[in-house]
Ligand binder design. Structure first.
Ligand code: ADP
Ligand code: ADP
Length: 226
């Protein structure tokens, strides 16, 4: 059974239909990409999966319909969302921001393991543990947002445009981190306008345009389709 499954999902904002008939599956351990232009409905899709939006159709995480549970419960059950606006605490340090990601975990030893894991994954964060988030570059803030998501020890990570507006060297660092997370067996739903980045990391991808899935396939199939 797929860990995440959308079937015939529709979402509207008043008269604007942002998603129509969207069906998509993510199996455990996969990196699945969703690519599409600005306004295609990508964020709306992630918001719906995270339990922030009303929808019709079905969205299940681990077999549970997300509208029948709460956003907090989904996070506790391992479904973690790294939003596009990052939602950092600007006056908190790197370390304090990371700590916030672990606030609902009770096993201090396991939390320490996650700190070690995140600081090893992002040496730039390690070097800036006591620096306020607001003083960091956009790329470092993106790493911090990712690190904070990892602090809740997710099973499934949803990433909304993690490379948006970032310099190529920083995108390389994020690429390397994603490869390590993939090796660790993390399941990732990667939403990107940057199709080059998504094609590099995702085994399977969906193309979303004007709220509809227009195409899906493996990275090789979609590359050839270009
Ligand atoms: P993407 O993430 O692919 O850029 P979005 O999910 O943000 O796309 O937007 C999909 C569509 O829904 C767009 O037409 C957008 O204008 C519309 N939309 C998004 N958020 C709102 C909102 N809060 N109110 C009304 N329309 C919205
Ligand atoms: P699990 O049983 O969940 O695999 P373990 O404690 O056996 O946890 O493994 C921890 C290893 O998992 C770490 O050494 C690290 O390489 C990796 N890891 C991957 N993601 C995380 C994370 N978010 N927090 C801590 N460790 C992680």
């Amino acid at each position: 059974m797929p860990v995440l499954q959308l079937e015939d999902v529709d979402v509207s904002y008043g008269k604007t239909q942002a998603l129509r008939n969207v069906s998509l599956e993510v199996e455990e351990g996969e990196i699945v990409g969703v690519i599409g232009p600005n306004g295609a409905g990508k964020t709306t899709m992630l918001d719906s999966i995270a339990g922030y939006k009303e929808y019709s159709g079905s969205i299940t995480y681990d077999g549970t319909e997300v509208s029948e549970t709460s956003s907090g419960k989904l996070v506790n059950d391992g479904l973690v969302y790294c939003t596009e606006d990052r939602d950092l605490f600007p006056y908190f340090t790197v370390h304090e921001n990371l700590q916030m990601g672990a606030q609902f975990r009770s096993d201090d030893g396991a939390v320490q393991e996650s700190f070690d894991f995140v600081y090893d994954l992002f040496p730039r964060l390690d070097e800036r543990r006591d620096q306020e988030a607001q003083t960091m570059s956009g790329g470092e803030q993106q790493m911090l947002a990712l690190g904070r998501a990892l602090m809740s020890d997710p099973d499934v990570l949803m990433l909304d445009e993690p490379t948006l507006g970032l310099a190529p060297v920083i995108i390389d660092d994020i690429s390397e981190a994603l490869e390590r997370l993939q090796d660790e067996g993390l399941t990732i739903l990667l939403v990107e306008q940057n199709s080059t980045f998504a094609l590099r990391h995702a085994e399977r991808l969906y193309l979303l345009e004007q709220g509809s899935i227009e195409l899906s396939g493996t990275a090789d199939e979609l590359r050839d389709d270009d």
